[in-house]
Design a protein around this ligand. Sequence first.
Ligand code: CMP
Length: 147
Amino acid sequence: MPGTKTLTIIKPGAVSHEYIGPILKIINDHGFHISAMRLLRLTRKQVENFYAVHNEKPFYNGLVEFMSSGPVVVAILEKKNAVIEYRRLIGHTDPSKAEPGTIRKMFAESVERNAVHGSDSDENAEFECDFFFSRSERFSLFDPLHF
Ligand code: CMP
């Protein structure tokens, strides 16, 4: 179903602070269905490929370093207008500018270590979900075989 999924990454800083559970609870409490999920450590190569659109940015090297520094949780989240709704829930990229009650306001340390990633468009959500999950690893609300 178009427009109903987004990819999140709970980043190494949040994982090391034991924020996986609290963040997943907020995600569920806001009506997102988790249709795929994995805990893994990304290689530098995976991070470089995942964030290739930023490879000219001054923060790119630091981003690759940080995102490959420890385990992360990757998950596909489903909801109507998932990309927009999840970006609203996570808040501004820079936690000092994020609204109270947003995930980044509550759990991020800085713009570089900002707790979670969320896809920024439906097109990127498709790319990012495919980057991590095969069809057989997804348990979609919109698949009558599963629900
Ligand atoms: P994310 O949503 O994962 O997408 C790209 C990441 O790059 C972003 O979160 C931030 O962690 C990081 N980022 C974006 N802008 C900056 C910036 N100005 N300085 C440092 N890191 C940034």
